[in-house]
Design a protein around this ligand. Structure first.
Ligand code: NCD
Length: 306
């Protein structure tokens, strides 16, 4: 298992053993985060975000600083030379000279692969188009493990925009390393792409449904996602689908008492705020876990943890 100088492009590049190692290191980071450390002093993380972000970028930056490193970057490509017409590749070939690791978010699928090809420092895919968001999947798994004490033998439902949701694609793939039963709930127009469905079905039990009601009583983990408005070629199509699913208290009457609800956030209206006060809600714990998992990722890639 070698993490030093390794790029993180797809969750598919991880074995179960490697994922478990990241989760174990993440746990050790909880105590480190409380006090901070200096192990990454002198190291620099560049965050190049060509798309909006709150949690991913800020948690990567916080994680780097908790470990004693520092950060540079942009969160609006219009303030960078991209605006003047600089190519993406030239941007990468510039930033690699200033940073020891690059966290990249881009609207184009494949951007992380291209960056990796040109960069001499490791690239962390922090969301590429509708494709993947591998570090979010690691956070999701860590949260499930922490809250349910295992990942195997769970019944997990993912509801929402399964077509464009990159966190969904990474999580579904990550779950194929475990013995889980997966339920994919979405309106017809937001079904997961056929090729991804095929890929995960060869490894785990997957059931597609349009409604949650019928299966809800047996679900252990409910993973809710936002409709990815920005990915719709036609705004009218988004308008039609908006509000087609919403989790509220009434709906959860038949849920197991210990069922947990996760969401990569941001939420729009798919989880009613009244749910936040229930014992099901774990999405803000998930946010907190993001800091620890990203600390683990940075310390593994930069070689201060084996
Ligand atoms: C997600 C993303 O950017 O894919 N956010 C995140 O990183 N947690 C989810 C989303 O935007 O809906």
């Amino acid at each position: 298992m070698e993490f030093q100088n390794r790029s993180i492009i797809s969750i598919r590049d991880f074995t179960r053993e490697e994922i478990n190692h990241v989760l174990n290191v993440s746990q050790t980071m909880e105590a480190v985060a409380d006090v901070g450390t200096n192990v990454l002093k002198g190291k620099i993380l560049a965050t190049l975000f060509f798309e909006p972000s709150t949690r991913t970028r800020l948690s990567f930056e916080a994680a780097m600083q908790k470990l004693g490193g520092s950060t540079i970057g942009f969160n609006d490509a219009d303030t960078s030379s991209t605006k003047k017409g600089e190519t993406f590749v030239d941007t990468i070939r510039t930033v690699e000279n200033y940073a020891d690791v690059i966290a990249l978010r881009h609207n184009l699928e494949g951007a992380a692969v291209v960056a990796k090809e040109y960069s001499k420092v490791p690239i962390i895919n922090s969301g590429t188009g509708a494709q993947e968001h591998p570090t979010q999947a690691l956070i999701d798994l860590y949260t499930i493990q922490k809250e349910k004490h295992q990942i195997d033998n769970l019944k997990i439902a993912i509801i929402g925009d399964l077509r464009y949701g990159r966190t969904v694609h990474s999580l579904a793939r990550a779950l194929t390393n475990y013995n889980v039963e997966l339920f994919l709930i979405s309106p017809e127009a937001l079904r997961i792409q056929e090729n991804i469905l095929k890929e995960i079905k060869t490894k785990i039990s997957v059931t597609e449904k349009q409604n949650l009601e019928e299966i809800l009583p047996k679900i252990d983990v409910l993973y809710v996602t936002r409709i990815q408005r920005e990915r719709f070629p036609d705004p009218a199509e988004y308008a039609k689908l908006k509000g087609t699913y919403r989790i509220d208290k009434k709906m959860l009457k038949t849920a197991k008492k210990d069922m947990i609800i996760l969401h990569p956030l941001p939420r729009v209206d798919e989880i009613a705020p009244e749910i936040d006060q229930t014992p099901h809600a774990r999405y803000f714990q998930q946010v907190k876990n993001g800091l620890h998992v990203r600390m683990a990722i940075l310390s593994l890639i930069l070689g201060t943890t084996k």
